[in-house]
Design a protein around this ligand. Structure first.
Ligand code: ADP
Ligand code: ZN
Ligand code: ZN
Length: 739
């Protein structure tokens, strides 16, 4: 690089919330490739040493030379992957976040901590000899290890062998017997080609699937954003698999994003069993070194298929071929604190940058993506049929008014449950509230158990017995009597999963009732165990929160009961209706996925609500198109763009004062700069007090993205220069998903 010689000042991004670069002098030792952007360095920062990344080379600093400190050392021979570096810079700019923080968040922990990247070679262990070698019959652990190696014909790194619970000594013992051998491979080598890519054959596609796939094949070498709108169980995953196949056949990489609760061993097994090349998964169970391995395998182009949740969008790709976003509407793609990025939106930016296809799939597309598809910005692909030929079940609304409920369930629901069990099938009871009851109240004086730190009620739990706040996680013991009037007549109002479970168990004593929520699955693997048990098909009752209904294949469930559908109907947040309709449709999609048709009963206090009626009668697709029309009339996203300034402080007046100042300054600037954006507020956040901190917000809305960004960027600079802003916590949320 030509500037390498003349470079005197290095502009470096450091892990700091400040949106600026820091000036340093080069160290005496020039790195092999010269000084260049993207190099990871260790520098002194205050009294600490931190890891930073060179962003620019300059021949000038505003600081006198005597005040500049020198870089301690460079950590790698060359710069970090260029596509990754580009994505981080884009992300920091788009979300108005510090670049240094963004880089740190987007790199694997090992690199953040200053560890070197692993070398360019790796030792893999492979099996040799026969599976039935008789020496193994006397060494059961070694036999197990031998079987493990045989399952991995491409070999396993030593670390992975350890992770499976085997020791190095056991490996060496096998090697001594000639039943295992080690092989060094060069990590930059492409995945060994030769032979078929597929380990199991692709399914013959139905007509709709074939049309969708053909559309994708038309443009594999350019930016091609597609929305695959397909009812639950219509075979979207099969399309993903066949797109990946086409991309891998060209030697290119596919990055697959799935929702947080979507990356199950079930899903992974489906991808792994299709391909002969390895499918690398980024999941929470990985150790830091394993995570780095995946990162490097992707950065070198060795890994052709990478699958992961939100943060996997920051996987570098040497040879990108396609990005797939499954359940693109899912809320878990949006990070809700710190760097508030949306992985699906970054996928769009990335696919555009790399000039590759982007496939976003959903049975219930977000209104943002649907609008782009309806106007032709995205290609609209549709699957309306299920291969099993049972159409998704219609929602049957059941009127809850003036009816007795047991554990939240109406007589009609209980009858249907009884009949389904009698037919030998399973029932799923969906209730989006964990605990026993959402409210504990005194019948004598009306006292209600509230959280001392939040504007919210405490949830009553019975297993174990306590009161818990689901917003701040504070807990206390159950009172014996009302703290206000001393009455002993304390009552649990409403139903949560525990109460419904208890009621059902007493009504159906001979049937297994399985409760599945965050409390009952806290132990590692317990959720997987429960799913396995359920999939065996014995008649049983499943009481679960959204954790159970999202994405899981429950072939024996033929009846779904939604205990209360009203949560999102009249909420303050304009997205609440969209989100609750998506959830209801996903819940309904669990019924009758396999050989038997299903039924979905939806309990509601608002059976005449037009939105709910439309969802029940015509499905999510029809409702979504209607909601888009309402958003257009109200000038809400996707017909405008929003940003939210969030301010929080333990002192209510401090949060309010800064919010008022900021809103006023912003309004003045909008007027003076003639920027056609709107500033709304300040207003308290929907739950103003959380964990004893007060939350205020100021909303910014504009018809064009460029206007929104100009205003948000000005606001951030104003806040960084404002003294009062240092006394509170503030953050800016571009494209907020919830208010
Ligand atoms: P989605 O991802 O849309 O929810 P899946 O891809 O999980 O749907 O498909 C639902 C079921 O239908 C799966 O069991 C899958 O194996 C099966 N399936 C998908 N496509 C076909 C096909 N073309 N022929 C036969 N079965 C199919
Ligand atoms: Zn009382
Ligand atoms: Zn609380």
């Amino acid at each position: 690089m030509s500037d390498a010689v003349s470079a005197q000042v290095l502009k470096i991004a450091l892990p700091s919330p400040l949106r600026r670069l820091f000036d340093y002098l080069p160290s005496r030792q020039t790195p092999p490739g010269g000084w260049q952007p993207g190099l990871r360095v260790r520098v002194p920062f205050g009294r600490r040493d931190v890891v930073g990344v060179i962003v620019e080379l300059a021949d000038h600093s505003d600081l006198p030379r005597s005040q500049l400190r020198s870089v301690h050392e460079t950590l790698d021979d060359g710069p970090l992957p260029a596509d990754w570096f580009w994505l981080c810079q884009f992300t920091a700019r788009y979300y108005q976040h510090s670049l240094g923080d963004t880089l740190h968040l987007a790199m694997p922990a090992r690199l953040r901590q200053g560890h070197p990247m692993a070398g360019r070679t790796q030792t893999l262990w492979l099996s040799s000899g026969a599976p039935d070698d008789e020496r193994l019959s006397r060494a059961p652990k070694q036999a197990e290890l031998h079987a493990l190696l045989r399952q991995h014909p491409h070999g396993l790194p030593g670390r992975a062998v350890n992770a499976h619970g085997f020791s190095r000594d056991q490996l060496l013992a096998l090697e001594k017997k000639g039943l295992a051998h080690a092989q060094d491979i060069t990590l930059t080598a492409p995945t060994p080609p030769g032979g078929s890519l597929l380990a199991s054959p692709a399914l013959p596609l139905n007509r709709e699937q074939a049309t969708a796939l053909a559309a994708l094949h038309e443009k594999l070498d350019g930016y091609h954003p597609c929305l695959l709108e397909g009812v639950t169980g219509s075979g979207k995953t099969e399309i993903y698999l066949q797109l990946i196949e086409a991309v891998a056949a060209k030697g290119k990489q596919s990055l697959v994003l799935v929702p947080e609760i979507g990356l199950t061993p079930q899903t992974l097994a489906r991808f792994k069993s299709r391909f002969r090349v390895p499918v690398l998964a980024l999941h929470s169970g990985l150790t830091d070194p394993e995570r780095l391995d995946v990162w490097e395998a992707a950065a070198s182009g060795r890994a052709l298929i990478i699958i992961g949740t939100r943060s996997a969008i920051f996987t570098p790709l040497a040879n990108p071929g396609a990005i797939i976003v499954d359940e693109e509407h899912d809320g878990s793609y949006k990070q809700q604190d710190g760097l508030r990025y949306h992985a699906r939106d970054l996928a769009v930016a990335r696919a555009h940058h790399h000039k590759i296809p982007l496939l976003m799939g959903s049975a219930t597309p977000s209104l943002e993506s649907l609008q782009q598809a309806l106007t032709g910005t995205y290609r609209h692909l549709r699957l309306t049929q299920r291969p099993s030929r049972h159409p998704p079940a219609k929602l049957e609304l059941v009127d809850m008014r003036h009816q007795r409920r047991q554990g939240g369930l109406l007589p009609a629901a209980l009858t249907a449950i009884k009949n389904t069990l009698a037919a030998g099938k399973q029932v799923l009871i969906f209730i989006n509230r964990r605990g026993f009851a959402p409210t504990l109240a005194c019948h004598a004086c009306g006292w209600i158990a509230e959280c001392g730190q939040c504007d919210s009620r405490m949830t009553l739990h019975r297993q174990p017995p306590l009161l818990a706040c689901h917003h701040c996680d504070s807990r206390r013991g159950l009172p014996d009597a009302c703290p206000e009037c001393g009455s002993g007549d304390l009552r649990a109002l409403g139903s949560g999963t525990e109460r419904t479970e208890e009621t059902l168990q007493s009504l159906f004593p001979k049937t297994t009732v399985q409760r599945i929520d965050r409390d009952s699955t806290r132990r590692k693997d317990s959720f997987e165990q429960m799913l396995k048990e359920i999939q065996r098909g014995e008649p049983c009752l499943l009481v679960g929160t959204q954790m159970l209904v999202k994405g899981h294949h429950l072939p024996h469930v033929t009846l779904v009961v939604v205990v209360n559908a009203d949560g999102g109907l009249y909420a303050a947040d304009f997205r609440a209706l969209e989100h609750s309709a998506q959830l209801l449709e996903q819940v309904a999609g669990r019924a009758g996925r396999a050989a038997h048709p299903g039924r979905v009963l939806v309990q509601t206090l608002h059976p005449d609500d037009p939105h709910l009626g439309q969802l029940a009668e015509h499905g999510y697709g029809a409702l979504a198109r209607n909601l888009l029309e309402e958003r257009r009339l109200a000038q809400l996203p996707p017909f405008c763009f929003m940003a939210l300034l969030r301010i929080e402080s333990p002192k209510e007046d401090a949060a309010l004062a800064l919010a008022q100042q900021a809103a006023q300054a912003l309004r003045q600037w909008l007027t003076h700069s003639n920027t056609p954006a709107r500033c709304l507020g300040p207003a308290p956040a929907p739950m103003e007090r959380r964990q004893n901190r007060y939350h205020m917000q100021v909303m910014l809305a504009a018809d064009k993205r460029s206007q929104l960004h100009a205003a948000a960027s000005w606001l951030v600079q104003w806040l960084e220069a404002n003294r009062d802003a240092r006394r509170v916590r503030w953050s800016i949320d571009i494209d907020p998903q919830s208010l």
